[in-house]
Design a protein around this ligand. Structure first.
Ligand code: SF4
Length: 111
C-alpha cells in the first residue's frame, strides 16, 4: 500500500473516532437542556403557594382541614426528597417541593 493510502485511511479513522465520541456528548448536552426539573432543582414552597398551602399543618385554620391530614399522607405526595421536603403531583405544586408536615385545601387521602 502506498503512504498516501495509509495516511488517508488514518485520517478517515481519526475522523470516525472523533465523530463517534462527539455524538453521545452532544446528546447529553441536549438532554441536560431539555430534561424535566429534578427535585433538587426545585425551590421549597412558601405558605400560600396555592390552595391555602402551609408548610406546617398546625398553622392552618382552614375549614376543610381535619386533624391528621398532612402532605405525607396525601395521594399527591411523591415521597421525601430531603429534610422532610418532597414532591407533590398536584398540577399547582409541580414547580416546588412541599413539606411532609404541610397541608393544602387540595388534600386527598392516599388510598
Ligand atoms: S395536594 Fe397534597 S401533597 Fe400536595 S400540597 Fe396539597 S396536601 Fe400537600
Amino acid at each position: 500500500m502506498s503512504d498516501d493510502f495509509d495516511s488517508a485511511r488514518r485520517n478517515f479513522l481519526r475522523a470516525a473516532v472523533a465523530t463517534a465520541a462527539a455524538v453521545p456528548a452532544a446528546g447529553l448536552g441536549l438532554y441536560a437542556a431539555s430534561r424535566p426539573a429534578l427535585a433538587e432543582d426545585l425551590p421549597r414552597a412558601e405558605d400560600g403557594h396555592a390552595h391555602d398551602y402551609v408548610n406546617d399543618a398546625a398553622d392552618t385554620d382552614h375549614d376543610a382541614f381535619e386533624d391528621g391530614q398532612l402532605c405525607e399522607n396525601c395521594t399527591f405526595w411523591t415521597g421525601e426528597e430531603e429534610d422532610g421536603w418532597g414532591g407533590c403531583q398536584h398540577p399547582d405544586f409541580m414547580d416546588v417541593l412541599v413539606n411532609a408536615e404541610g397541608w393544602c385545601s387540595a388534600y386527598a387521602p392516599a388510598a
